[in-house]
Design a protein around this ligand. Structure first.
Ligand SMILES: Cc1cc2nc3c(=O)[nH]c(=O)nc-3n(C[C@H](O)[C@H](O)[C@H](O)COP(=O)(O)OP(=O)(O)OC[C@H]3O[C@@H](n4cnc5c(N)ncnc54)[C@H](O)[C@@H]3O)c2cc1C
Length: 336
């Protein structure tokens, strides 16, 4: 088949690498090649990324920058605790994206119209993430604004490992993700729009040199809210159809998983939709939990069954989340 993959983020680039041997695949990216970037903190889980990258003949280990041992959690200065990490790492996300597409036809700096694509391709995959350019607009979208710096520390880093500070009512969190010896991504996403202020507060306290400033909304609306997944020749994969785990704002692995489901069901949109719905079912529950917290409607008794199923899901997938999952920590965040 002749397939256009629109957007060379993690979903699009991985998809190109997964399809290139069996189909005629052409990638398109709106950014110029020299400006091509990935607005993200570049954190993911080693074991799952290793398995996914293996399918594209790539050794993930080569891209790992920082292998986490513990995450410092700062509950708004009231309490601090640590979570043991088993696989959470940062990696060279942009280098991996480039390697996914290095032997394929990809056009940068283009903004293709749907009509142009429709006359040339059998399938057009919308991997434009938050933008969701080629699919109908969503009726009930839900996005969080984010802001991030890449910081260079000349006189030692402020933290030796991952550090996060969740905001009250689960409106978002601040993150410090180590990016090697003297670099880190610091940033925040916040429904209450304190993301820039919180990032600058940390920057003011710990200093360093800003080498990059980025920001974009992240879609937390989960796949059940992101219908339709397909229309005409267009099919959505990745954040364009809501594949972000809302509790963590984690979208890399879920978007690659979504690409795998797409490959498996290529040409059968109904079964693709069914499998995405099934795989991401729990995401809807997690989103509801966060929404009740945000709107101050959280009632522990009423929410306990959902909270328990979220806990069970994360506990069962502890390796996939790369960290120790226990109810005590989840409750601390839930009660904040
Ligand atoms: C600040 C921030 C930090 C994050 N940190 C993490 C993290 O540490 N770990 C994690 O797992 N997740 C993180 N996420 C979420 C994660 O980055 C995304 O969910 C994931 O990258 C989604 O992948 P995607 O390929 O679907 O979309 P994207 O990565 O957004 O890629 C979409 C691509 O489409 C391109 N595009 C847009 N319009 C067009 C067009 N018309 N034509 C062609 N191309 C187009 C864009 O330029 C972009 O390259 C973070 C998100 C943000 C905003």
């Amino acid at each position: 088949m002749k397939i256009a993959v629109m957007g060379m983020g993690v979903a699009g680039s991985y998809l190109v690498s997964r399809l290139k041997n069996d189909h005629e695949v052409v990638g398109f990216e709106r950014m110029d090649e020299v400006k091509h970037d990935s607005i993200c903190a570049w954190g993911s889980i080693k074991s799952t990324m290793t398995d996914l990258c293996k399918k594209s003949g790539i050794d993930f280990e080569k891209y790992v920058v920082h292998d986490g041992k513990k995450m410092h959690v700062d509950m708004n200065n009231q309490e601090r605790f640590q979570i043991g990490l088993h696989g959470l790492c940062t990696y060279e996300k942009l280098s991996l994206i480039k390697d996914f597409i290095k032997d394929s036809e990809v056009h940068f700096g283009v903004n293709k119209k749907l009509e142009e694509l429709e006359s040339e391709f059998d399938i057009i995959v919308d991997c434009t993430g938050f933008h969701r350019i080629y699919l109908p607009k969503l009726e009930q979208d839900f996005c969080l604004p984010t802001y991030e710096y890449k910081i260079e520390y000349e006189n030692g880093v402020p933290f030796d490992d991952f550090y996060i500070k969740p905001f009250p009512h689960m409106s978002g969190y601040f993150w410090y993700f180590p990016m090697g010896k003297n670099l880190a991504h610091i940033g925040a996403g916040d429904y209450n729009k304190q993301h820039v202020e919180e990032t600058n507060k940390f920057f003011k306290k710990y200093g360093g040199k800003v080498t990059k400033t980025v920001g974009r909304p992240i879609r937390l609306a989960t796949p059940n809210m992101c219908k339709p997944f397909y229309k005409g020749k267009v099919v959505g994969v990745g954040e364009s159809i809501g594949t972000v785990y809302p509790l963590l704002g984690e979208g890399i692995i879920p978007s690659m998983m979504c690409a795998d489901i797409f490959v498996k069901n290529l040409g059968n949109n109904e079964s693709y939709e069914k499998e995405v719905d099934e795989y991401f079912k729990i995401y809807g529950k997690v989103f509801n939990f966060i929404r009740t917290k945000l709107h101050n409607k959280f009632n522990l008794l009423r929410m306990l069954p959902d909270l328990l199923s979220i806990f069970r899901y994360m506990k069962k997938n502890e390796e996939r989340f790369g960290m120790e999952i226990n109810m005590r920590d989840l409750m601390k965040v839930a009660k904040a």
